[in-house]
Design a protein around this ligand. Structure first.
Ligand SMILES: Nc1ncnc2c1ncn2[C@@H]1O[C@H](COP(=O)(O)OP(=O)(O)OP(=O)(O)O)[C@@H](O)[C@H]1O
Length: 300
């Protein structure tokens, strides 16, 4: 199985310190006096250059956890624990890092989209249908990086080139609906990368795409994590995707992380009964030894 999975993941390196650390995160949603517990005490570290997969069945709390990191939970959510960003470029980040829970909205807005970026399952949700790709990209970099018009356009072309959108100069003048789903996700990634974030949260980024296109996006995320030393949190229920790309994996169930470990351990020697159950439900994993379609594509 290991041979099959090694296609996209580099050898384990000495682990660098976390750039974002979640400790004992709890989220309840509902009336303040009696919120419904959704996430109950999860901890995980995001490390530069590493992809941390958050797996688990639907409703286990994966999305709520990533929204908590972004400070985007609904107003009736109660959040506890600690989410610390260790990033020299963030306002007020000392050696102890910046605590994001309870941070004032304006300060959080400066971090969100700039230091912590995100992409979602449906790239259209982060793209305005009536604005050209060029104006969306340049507006974003002009707002956050205070670049002039020409410099912002150059930056937009550079970003579209990096995420391999064909004909980047021409692409600037086109609207999101004029691109395929995979290309739209690449554009959403370009916007996410525009301000050189240190953390990228990717919530089911390939779920809506067909297998061949999925593999291309996963390759891109892997390359970006490596070359930009991006710390990536990859949220997906798809263990095939996880096994093709993640360095570390946390398995979540009913709001709790039941097991965390290196990819090889989770897929090769799972410790928790629920992880084993999930692996047994993988179509190809009536043996994990059989390469899934996505792994085959990704290994090309
Ligand atoms: N705004 C909300 N109000 C009330 N309950 C919510 C809200 N958002 C999420 N939940 C509940 O929190 C639980 C966890 O949801 P979450 O979306 O995090 O699951 P998930 O693991 O990401 O699942 P999926 O893979 O289906 O997206 C679910 O029971 C969901 O119904």
């Amino acid at each position: 199985m290991t041979d099959v999975l090694n296609t996209m993941v580099p050898d384990a390196e000495a682990t660098a310190p976390a750039v974002l650390s979640v400790q004992g995160l709890t989220v309840g949603i509902g009336p303040r006096k009696a919120p419904k517990p959704i996430v109950t005490g999860i901890s995980l570290d995001l490390v530069p250059g590493r992809i941390h997969g958050l797996a688990g069945e639907s409703g286990s709390g994966k999305t709520v956890s990533s929204l908590a990191i972004l400070g985007l939970l609904p107003a009736n959510a109660t959040v506890g624990g600690s989410i610390t960003l260790f990033d020299a470029d963030s306002n007020g980040a000392g050696p102890g890092g910046t605590e994001l829970i309870g941070m004032r909205r304006r300060a959080l807005n400066r971090i969100r989209g700039r230091r912590i970026a995100m992409i979602f399952q449906d790239p259209s949700s982060s793209l305005h249908p009536q604005l050209t790709v060029g104006s969306q990209l340049t507006d974003h970099v002009r707002t956050h990086l205070k670049l002039g018009r020409e410099a912002a356009r150059d930056r937009a072309i550079e970003l579209l080139t990096r995420v391999r959108v064909p004909n980047p100069v021409e692409a600037l003048g086109r609207y999101p609906h004029q691109f395929s789903g995979g290309q739209r996700q690449r554009i959403a990634i370009a916007i996410a990368l525009a301000c050189d974030p240190v953390v990228l949260l990717a919530d089911e980024p390939t779920t809506a795409l067909d297998v061949t296109v999925q593999a291309g996006i996963l390759h891109l995320l892997r390359d970006l994590a490596d070359e930009r030393q991006l710390a990536v949190l990859l949220v997906t229920h798809d263990l095939g995707v996880m096994s093709a790309i993640a360095d570390e994996v946390s398995v979540m169930r009913h709001g709790v992380i039941v097991e965390t470990g290196p990819r090889e351990q989770i897929f090769g020697a799972p410790q928790h009964a629920y992880t084993r159950e999930l692996l047994e439900s993988l179509p190809s994993a009536q043996g994990a030894d059989t390469p899934s379609a996505i792994q085959k594509e990704a290994g090309r």
